[in-house]
Ligand binder design. Structure first.
Ligand code: OSB
Ligand code: MG
Length: 371
């Protein structure tokens, strides 16, 4: 497409419930969006960064800075024609900042596909028209009683599996309580967000106890760069280890699998640098018989639309954290994603199939970068 204007748009949406993980608590989603206005069509991409560098090195203020001062200047050549497929090459000299890159690449791809009248799901080779929805449940301030109440609500709503956040001191007892209350048939997995230390005996003991609870997966117990520690413990546990933070790109996924650091991969388009790297991870895992699922970062409807299209690809065999809009927000930035029979419908209109609603955009802050 021929880029006429490129803008960063920042909008804050309150979460319906605070979201606590081993790395902190979040009360709102301070979303950073890339808006591309091209001659042919416009496009939107969401940067999935949290407000602070606590999940990975990236955070929203840093992403806005690197987009403005490093990425966009390298991207826009004279003439300003640009394909989403060129973003990776033009930014090849920059290390890291994958969440910021992903926002650019997905905004351009959205514009390009809108111009072509083609949906993102079709473009990615999706084989499903709806995707099974799991839900990621934070550590509630109200302890075990509140956790049981929240999980009951999500099961009543139809979510097909539950992922509970765990952290030191909030792990074995609450998961045992979930088993006692909902039984062995509850499809339950945990996510530690790298909160445990493989060299601390009490941490390993807690994880060993979780391994007895019939969980579907244990996600990212240790720090992102500790692939060998993950491999050592994965070999002892019956519960499959899934990696999230560790998997920064397809090459790292291949290394993690070669080391047997995990048996399942959580793929987040935002974390890995965009839709094209997502496809490479999907293909590498598929070649090796490794199931993947689509994670999330509390995205608004813009990032969620990308995730839902990705989750419709054939290798996404496990239910993801792609929950309905009302699990996060009273009012989403876009038309909502709605849970029907435990599934979300995959958008079929051109591009990502969603755009911000004018009422919410009216509250946004804009920073023009080009045009
Ligand atoms: O580790 O998967 C994670 C949210 C923010 C940052 C990291 C994670 C999460 C979630 C929620 O688990 C996923 C979602 O519902 O979007
Ligand atoms: Mg995770």
């Amino acid at each position: 497409v021929t880029v006429e204007r490129l803008e960063l748009v920042r909008v804050s949406l309150p979460l319906v419930t605070p979201f606590r993980t081993s790395f902190g608590v979040q009360h709102e989603r301070d979303a950073l969006l890339v808006h591309v206005r091209a001659r042919e069509a416009q496009g939107w991409g969401e940067c999935v960064t949290p407000a602070a560098p606590v999940y990975s090195e990236e955070y929203t203020g840093g992403a806005a800075h690197v987009l403005e001062h490093q990425l966009v200047p390298r991207l826009l050549a004279p003439g300003r024609t640009l394909r989403a497929e060129d973003v990776g090459l033009r930014l090849a000299g920059v290390r890291g900042h994958r969440m910021a890159r992903a926002a650019l690449e997905s905004a351009l791809l959205d514009a390009q596909l809108r111009a072509a009248g083609r949906s993102l799901a079709v473009h990615l080779g999706a084989t499903r028209d709806r995707v099974a929805a799991g839900v990621s449940v934070g550590i509630p301030d109200g302890g075990i009683p509140e956790l049981l109440e929240q999980v009951e609500g999500y099961l009543d709503a139809g979510y097909v599996r539950v992922k509970a956040k765990v952290a030191r001191g909030s792990d074995v007892a609450p998961m045992q309580a979930l088993r006692t209350r909902f039984g062995a048939r509850l499809r339950l997995q945990v996510d530690a967000n790298a909160g445990y230390d493989p060299d601390t005996p009490a941490d390993v003991a807690a994880l060993d106890a979780l391994d007895e609870l019939g969980l579907l997966q244990i996600e990212q117990p240790f720090a992102p760069d500790r692939l060998l520690a993950h491999a050592a413990h994965a070999a002892r546990w019956r519960t499959p280890v899934c990696l999230d933070e560790s998997i920064t790109d397809a090459a790292r996924a291949v290394e993690a699998l070669a080391l047997r650091a995990c048996r399942i991969v959580n793929v987040k388009p935002g974390r890995v640098g965009g839709p094209f790297e997502t496809v490479r991870i999907h293909d590498a895992c598929r070649d090796r018989g490794i199931p993947v699922w689509c994670g999330g970062m509390l995205e608004t409807g813009i990032g969620r639309a990308l995730n839902v299209a990705v989750a419709a690809m054939p290798g996404f065999e496990l239910p993801g954290d792609t929950s309905a809009s009302d699990r996060y927000f009273r009012e989403d930035l876009t038309d909502p994603f709605v849970l029907v029979d435990g599934h979300l419908a995959v958008p079929t209109t051109p591009g990502i199939g969603r755009e911000p609603r004018d009422e919410v955009l009216a509250t946004a802050t804009r920073l023009p970068l080009a045009g």
